[in-house]
Design a binder for this molecule. Sequence first.
Ligand SMILES: C[S@@+](CC[C@H](N)C(=O)[O-])C[C@H]1O[C@@H](n2cnc3c(N)ncnc32)[C@H](O)[C@@H]1O
Length: 320
Amino acid sequence: MSPSFQLTRAVAPDSTYAALRRDVLAGLTHSPKTLPPKWFYDAVGSELFTRITELPSYYPTAAERACLAAHSTEIASATGARTLVELGSGSLSTKSRHLLDALPDLHTYIPVDVSESALTLTGQALSTERPQLSVHALIADFTADFTLPVSVGPRLVAFLGSTIGNLLPVERTAFLSGVRDLLDPGDALLLGTDLVKDESVLVAAYDDPTTSLFNKNVLAVVNRELGADFDTDAFDHVALWNPNSEWVEMRLRSRTDQTVKIPELDLTVHFTEGEDLRTEISAKFRRDGVRTELAAAGLDLTHWWTDPQARFALSLSVAR
Ligand SMILES: C[S@@+](CC[C@H](N)C(=O)[O-])C[C@H]1O[C@@H](n2cnc3c(N)ncnc32)[C@H](O)[C@@H]1O
């Protein structure tokens, strides 16, 4: 890898393990049972997510890519960014490449993700594609406090893929205010948000065999890390639209009455037949709601672009 690539762990490995223990204990003793989506993304989960983004039914990636292809030059001239920070970057995507290509004065790229494997792949790709670019990857949890490496302004923080929709509304408020704290006045946030649309289109994006494998991967992670004995075949993948909250939910539905042991937590969890474990929400957005949430965090919406079919929006906002 090129000397211009650095990988920094902003969370101690044992704090990741402690956070997993905390989340599994809280989520599986809660009614209804839940697990946070960040635990999908070990190397297998990150690879499965990349496969999901290539499925025709998973329109958000193609729609957001179309927005970026059409508007990256405008984003570059509106922000003049010299540092691009990408939260939840995953492995280097065509979407990120559109931004990297468009920013003429870019000095530093800071991809931030919980997935070390995805960040390593990004480093490998960029060291051959863009050896002049300084790349400082951070293994960090974007819902927790972390500091960015020293970098030149202006800064543009990108949060793509509608990953913000995986946060509960109260978590979104805290997250956006944390992003504002990373920025100086005049720095910008580029946010990708999937839009409310026909239920059948929304559910189809989360209801296929690859997404089922991705969903069940969280059980494999808990088995490996905490010694649990989840039988992934004893759960069905479920995707449904919650019209009141305007989000898609992914769940794992227990096929039978069953008991799961998690020795590392000294915990036994009972599932009744048909009981659901919620593993992810994917909130869908409307323009007014996005503007209001950004404004509450001290970010003023300046641009709003959608793909030609108005399925997905990219917004640019500037820190007050
Ligand atoms: C839905 S994927 C989106 C990936 C990519 N940005 C895209 O648009 O295709 C979410 C990404 O965020 C990362 N992620 C999820 N929760 C995270 C967290 N709490 N902190 C840091 N990264 C997280 C995952 O590892 C994954 O790469």
